[in-house]
Design a protein around this ligand. Structure first.
Ligand SMILES: [Zn+2]
Length: 371
């Protein structure tokens, strides 16, 4: 617990203590490898006092790490809002902002979101990710990596990634785009919501629904920019689905995500939005369904140590299944629909490979995949 309240009565000291508290909190979260920091005001604690709970999200799971007294929390919340250029007095409406890394001595820029809850205000600090990593660095095993890389070599076709929120789909898209820029020579355009990483050599656009720039309107106009590769953050409406399918059929490599729980579920949803089975079967090249599992800490092999904050896990890696379209499958899809579009090996089998390599353990696989 940061001992701010007893520091001094002078408000200057109080201010500088708030500055220090925010810097320290962010530094501590970064050192722990947290993806975001949650600060939640609570009306009353065990002793009936107001306080703020501080939690880190580590490898996808929330971990409580600290508490601030109400006096300290007020200063810390005020400092964060000031840095993010939000209205410091406003705590009954949500606000969004951003803090540049140098203002808080951090290694990452921070996205700030405030939200009013019944027990008081909540602030989430989310670290913008590092530069795009390679598929290898993301922890893909050799087979799924080869499948993705083969797709990226082709000139046209649609790749759809699926999996629940937080299953690394966007990170994988960035990694694919990085791979494409490194092989060079192609005109790559993205439509994202929001742009999380700026990639050199790629034309990136951010969706702005308030101003009428949706995925569909952006994608429609971007086709006139003559891209060879089009990455669309998410397909969630019929028009975007049709644009993606048509682009893939007309000599473009298209990468996107679509919300579904399985490979056949992706095709089913795509067909619901774009009912032309011939076009969809011809356009779709690959569906990747993935989850993220926590990786056993390399320093302690899962025993728990200072490096992994005694959790036994450090970082995450994807476990994936995929279905690749070929001519035989195309004919079957045209005749029978989405149900025939199944992965060669289900998620559970890919999980066993990670288990055999001692990269994760059975408890973690069960947590993520179910038993
Ligand atoms: Zn460890």
């Amino acid at each position: 617990m940061v001992d701010l309240a007893n520091n001094s009565n002078a408000s200057d000291d109080f201010e500088s203590a708030a500055v220090k508290a925010v810097d320290e909190l962010v530094g501590r979260a970064e050192r722990a490898g947290a993806s975001d920091v949650h600060l939640q005001m609570c009306g009353s604690g065990e002793m009936g006092e107001a306080r703020a709970q501080v939690s880190f999200r580590l490898d996808g799971l929330m971990a409580p790490v600290d508490e601030f007294s109400a006096a300290v929390a007020g200063r810390v919340f005020g400092r964060i809002k000031y840095l993010a250029r939000l209205k410091t007095y406003q705590d009954s409406l949500p606000q969004d902002g951003r803090i540049a890394r140098e203002k808080i001595n951090a290694a990452h820029d921070v996205r700030v979101a405030t939200y009013p809850t019944v027990t008081g205000e909540k602030i989430v600090l989310r670290f913008f990710p590092e530069a795009a990593q390679s598929l290898d660095e993301l922890g893909y095993q050799s087979e799924p990596r080869a499948v993705l890389e083969t797709f990226l070599k082709s000139q046209s076709g649609l790749l759809l990634l699926t999996g629940p929120a937080g299953s690394g789909k966007t990170t994988t898209i960035y990694s694919c785009l990085r791979h494409l820029t490194q092989s060079g020579g192609r005109h790559i355009i993205t439509v994202e919501d929001p742009v999380e990483q700026v990639l050199p050599g790629i034309m990136q656009t951010e969706v702005n629904e308030a101003r009428g720039l949706t995925f569909a309107t952006a994608a429609r106009h971007l086709m006139r920019q003559d891209p060879q590769v089009l990455a669309i953050g998410e397909i969630r409406d019929e028009e975007t689905a049709r644009i993606a399918v048509r682009a893939a059929l007309t000599g473009h490599l298209v990468i996107s995500t679509l919300h579904a729980g399985s490979c056949s579920g992706v095709l089913e949803r795509l067909l619901a939005m774009c009912p032309d089975r011939y076009a969809v079967a011809a356009a779709l090249a690959l569906v990747f369904n993935q989850r993220l599992v926590r990786r056993l800490c390399a320093a302690c092999a899962g025993e728990g140590c200072g490096d992994c904050l005694e959790t036994g896990y450090k970082n995450r890696l994807p476990v994936s299944e995929w279905a690749r379209m070929d001519d035989a499958l195309r004919a079957q899809v045209r005749e029978h629909g989405a149900s025939v579009f199944q992965p060669a090996e289900p998620l559970a089998e890919s999980g066993k490979v990670l288990l055999k390599e001692n990269l994760t353990n059975a408890a973690e696989l069960e947590r993520v995949l179910g038993s």
